[in-house]
Ligand binder design. Structure first.
Ligand code: ZN
Ligand code: ZN
Length: 165
């Protein structure tokens, strides 16, 4: 076993990486909960596994992400820890929320990023709904492909979480 296999997972679950986020990163396992997906996205940032960040964003939003900017940001950031504050698994059938604090240092300044993230289930897979990319108007079809209008689906939740639209 190499060092990576026996070291603790960056998501701070207390498990070793091999038994925690690695199978998700290698796509040999899917995240069963939004919290698992959120943790695996955090450890993907730590490990600068940007493909995984893209793949775990709502499919219709993936092309809108700035891959190079994400890559550069991850490379410049030193991650200092993750604390999951609250996991709300059943906002409704297909939506979950995870509230967390991520501690990091950027240009030698220590910062805490606090966020309540929205996750949406499409088929068997959980995805992160990214509030930072251009979003549809409230009357347009939802980003998640549910067939509902954005305002009756992910839109209303993003609006509550981030005060958008
Ligand atoms: Zn992990
Ligand atoms: Zn939706």
């Amino acid at each position: 076993m190499n060092e990576k296999c026996t070291s603790l997972c960056p998501c701070q679950s207390g498990k070793i990486y091999q038994d925690c986020c690695q199978p998700l990163h290698q796509q040999s396992k899917i995240a069963e909960t939004a919290e698992q997906l959120m943790r695996s996205r955090y450890s993907a940032f730590v490990l600068q596994h940007i493909d995984y960040i893209v793949e775990t964003t709502v499919p219709s939003q993936q092309a809108l992400l700035d891959y190079q900017a994400l890559k550069q940001w991850a490379a410049q950031t030193q991650w200092l820890g993750l604390e999951v504050v609250k996991h709300s698994p059943t906002l409704d059938k297909i939506h979950s929320a995870v509230e967390f604090n991520a501690k990091f240092a950027n240009a030698d300044r220590e910062q805490i990023h606090h966020e309540k993230s929205l996750f949406v289930k499409v088929g068997k897979h959980w995805y992160f709904a990214d509030p930072t990319v251009p979003l549809p108007t409230m009357k347009q079809p939802c980003i998640c492909g549910s067939g509902k209008k954005f305002k009756h689906c992910c839109g209303v939740m993003l609006c509550q979480f981030y005060g958008k639209n």
